[in-house]
Design a protein around this ligand. Sequence first.
Ligand code: ATP
Ligand code: MG
Length: 369
Amino acid sequence: MRLKCIHYENFRNHRLLNFIPSDGINVIYGLNGSGKTSLLDGIHYCALTRGFVSAADSEYLSFSSDFFLLESNFFSESESLISVKIAYTKEREKQIIVNNCDVKSYSNHIGRIPCITFSPPEIIIVNGAPSERRRFIDSAICQINKRYLDDLIAYKRVLHQRNALLLLLRDHHTTHPEMLSLWTENISRLAASIVHTRVLFILAFLVRFRELYGQLSINEYPSINYRSSLGKISADISPEALYVLFRAKYEETEKQEIFRAQTLSGPHRDDLVFLINEKEIKKYASQGQLRTFLIGLKLSQHRFYYDSLGEKPLCLLDDIFSELDGSRIADIFNILENCGQIIITSAEQKGHGNVNIISVESLKKMGAI
Ligand SMILES: Nc1ncnc2c1ncn2[C@@H]1O[C@H](COP(=O)(O)OP(=O)(O)OP(=O)(O)O)[C@@H](O)[C@H]1O
Ligand SMILES: [Mg+2]
């Protein structure tokens, strides 16, 4: 997947700007606050319907403007054109138009433009709460597996309804208890399917991850384990076996669940355990090791997508080189050379081989003409 061009209007600090990247590695440099991250955010919007810095569309609207507009053209490996237009006004929800057709459900657009990102705040994936790691694995799988995205959406709905019923059962003993059995059946099926997909993903992902870690010229052996609310589960477990385990678990904890008015087991409570040389990195790793682990995760995601889709995903790397020493930066440039189109931001002008180096100020000047 390659971005051919993108046009920004009233998007953060970019009142009017056009960007035409090269097909290989691009490094955009500029001062702090000059708008580098915002540039990547606009591309992320077009690929995945939202920015990666902030969740709210309104925050992307340039101060004192009443609309923002993004227009971009992407080409897939098979040379088919995907044109994406995103228009937002304060009065109504954003409008997403792909190849001249209105996108009604945003989830239909996700996966069309495979994309991976790196940004410094994402360090919370490796050292933050379990929900951050769940978000990482969920979004990694969603882009390549539409059924998984549908399962997640359905799971969220069923979880909400089951919790509401548990509350009713606790506070008004009048509700029919057989209703709970129905929701337990629904949630067990979805939980089994989601956990099964996650476990399979980790198994395949880990192979690429370890291979890539080897290329970062460090003598460390990384691992990723899936920590399930069901306890220890084997890597080759079937969805049927998981379903049976979930049913049994819900039966066992039913009284507790009613008392707490909460579903206590399921993929919404699970975690990924990241290890280096068998030690949990959250507890023991240095800042540099955490950052390298995160970079490794993201670049392995790139390989995984390429192997699964036959399409190199777009690679948006915000400030990836800060805090890294020269030899680590050279290792990363070497890995990136075979990764298709890469757009990197950096506060300093950094180059390596055939890199297209662009200053954000020069883009702004061209936009103003
Ligand atoms: N809604 C908005 N309207 C106008 N300007 C905004 C808006 N939101 C943020 N800004 C400003 O846009 C500028 C660009 O921010 P951005 O994060 O893209 O900079 P950056 O080049 O990535 O900086 P750094 O090197 O510090 O990461 C900042 O000065 C910020 O205050
Ligand atoms: Mg930035």
